[in-house]
Design a protein around this ligand. Sequence first.
Ligand code: ZN
Length: 897
Amino acid sequence: MFQLIFGEFVLHEYGAQTWAVVKSLAQDLVQSAFKRSSYSSGSSSATDVQMHANLMQITCQQTQLPVAVVARAYGLFFIEAAVKKGFTSVIRGVGRDVVQFLSNVNTFVVELHLSMDMPKAMKPEFQVEKVTETSLELHYWSTRAGLSSWVEGICEAVASKVYNTQIQFRLLQGREDGSCDHEVWEVTYPPVAIHNDCSSSRIMEASPSYRPEAELFGTLFPFHVVMDANLVAKQVGFALGALVPDLVIGAHVNDHLKMNVPWTGWDFKTRPITIGVRSGCVLLETKAGIELKGAFYPTRLSDGTPALLFVGTPRVYTLNELEACGMNISDIPPHDVTSDFVVLAERRRVDTETAKRLEEERLDLLETAKKLEAQRLESELANMRLKESLAQALSTERLSGIMGSKFKYNTPAEQTIKILDKLLMGETIDSEEAISLRDNILSAGKDFHKPGKRTMSKLRSMNKDADVSRSLMTLLSIDEGAEEEPSQSAFASVISMSKASSWGDEEEDLAINSFSMFGASYEEAGELASGSFLSSMMKNKRNLALSPNSARFHTARGDTDLLILEEPSDKVLAVLAKMDNWQFDSFELDEVTSGRPLSTLAFAIIRNCSFVPNIEEHHVRERLASFLRKIEDGYPNNPYHCRIHAADVVRTLYVILTRGGVIKSMWHEACDMDLLVAILAAVIHDFEHRGVNNDYLIKTGDELSVRYNDRSPMENHHLAAAFQVLKQDSNDFLKDLQPKARALARRQIIDMVLATDMKQHFSQVSMFNTKFAAIIDSKQKGMYMEMPTDEDTRSMVLQMCLKCADLGHLTSSEKVHRRWVQRLEEEFFLQGDHEVAASLPISPLMDRTKEGVTKSQPGFFSIVVLPQFQSFCDVFPGCEQLLEALQANNMMWLNEG
Ligand SMILES: [Zn+2]
């Protein structure tokens, strides 16, 4: 506090630079002093005092001013600061004029001590003597020399600032010249009226007519003590006796009570009588730490010896403190305001306590609110995390992650779902998203599951080989945009061909070559498309039937149809025994069955199917055998899309559904109907395949593309033609099926076969992914989520199963797989040959003079096959083996490239 004021003082009087120097010098001094005395005196007041003295000393050195000047200025500044801080009334309370103030300056020091908590050692002692109307003598004792000018400054400042009076100090005696042990001033002032009522001598000198009895005196002053010149207690008030039990008559007072303020101490030897007079106000402290505020008065014992009387009251602020001293209100005499003060203080304490409690409650509430806020934040965070995981589960990023990040489709459907999920979760969408959502809605009717232009360009960039990219785009029906439209010219040429009334050899050769890959089954297609130019062509050009199977078909009618009704040979049984293996060689089955792999295999599976009514009856089995044979015979001898392929797909589908656990997880039990439906779909899925792709049918304006409006003409034909076969009474092994079940089976087969059009690839995979995203996510998190087993989902799963089975050769052994790829390449080259013959641009990878599909395998794997199988195996981990085999073959092609 002093330091603070002193700092302000130096700053104000001598500037910041001086203060900085003074401060640093003083601190060095104090630190070294503190180190020296750190064990003997750790109290802060010691360092405070030290610091104060040092500050004063250093300031004098720095300003090269005498101590008197600096101290005086400091005294003035000190009072100015005190006045500014609101101590005017405290000072004014000490005396009504400057003379009274000086007379009671000890009280001022005590009050200052109480209100400012000043360092104890700074307490000086003052005494006023020889008071006249214009002057008085001021005596000043203090532990420290050299601060007398400070006292002058203080007193002058009090006089001028508080009492508006100018006073002058004249030093009469002092320590500096050794003339006295304390300072004595003559203080002069403008004339004032002297009030002597504070002088004790008046009562002492008058002859009072009343003296209180000892008992009454004790009641009036329960906290009094009378002591002789040797400080021996001669009389002790009962309350003080209770408070300080050891203070008994005959005890040394200074053994039990410590003089707190003023500093003088129990010095009776030099000033035994005057102490009380000049110490208008004192504080004594008991050993228990209770302060007594009171005064000393000179008196005499009954034998006439001079004595000193102390009368006081405990300085307690609350009833609690009072009780803590073993006292209560009744110990305080009724005339003493201490009781009022304590009660008042108690009331204030209660008020304060209440306020404190309310404040604490408020803080508690704040704390609770904080906790709640934290909880809210936490739950918000959890919510966000939930959202995140939800978003993750639903996001296409996740899906592409599941698909091994091979290829990110980002179809409009996935995009739309992503935006809708965002809205669902209360997030805002940006304008770009809103626009794409709008665009997606506006393009309703288009295939939402087909990737956009961005995917297309990505696909291009993935494959540096333009042919591979183009072939994939054609295969997957990705709109290439403003690319040339070769189908136009092709269509025109075919139309012109069909319109030709008479064909020259050239045209005829062209036509024959164009359709040579359609095989024998073209005859039936021709029949279906009766009246068309193709049908007339068929009739005229029987030699178009190139397939040797065609001959077998016709000769096989009758008895051979039923061969499969017999128990298969051991050789066949040995191959059929491998049916449950993940990898299978359908060429081997073809060999042992003498070209009957499809009917043999399908019959073996279906003949035990309880779903077929009366399957045990011979005529039903006959019909089944007849149907299977006709379908088998309807497969032309294409290099790839032949009956062996159909058998291979049936076999792979069978193992996926049974060993792969699809039936089990989707139906929870063997379901004959769905197994039958799936197997039948596989049996017919490439029925009467022309050995060319849909693109070719469309661009040549083929009758099938005309009939089916360019929409999956080949797949539509497989179905329509196969159902025509089933319709024939001799083949209809499902004749006795309930119409409703029959309709359901038919619908299911149609859905499955149509889904094998690779142009539906993105739709299929994207829908499958969207449907099972949550399942896959929960599986990866080790949680169980029940499989949706509604009819739509089951249908979708079956479609996906057939799609996988259709690419089944990709999962077969390297040797078998290579054989299939070579066959496919040859089939493509054949289409290329037809394109050449028809003067059409050769489709990518179909040019015999260039490299074929064998070089496009890595692209096909990464864009089409791996994502599809990964999605599928994520949902049906029982089929994991397929994925492994697939990856092995992929590695093989990659190593080759
Ligand atoms: Zn196929």
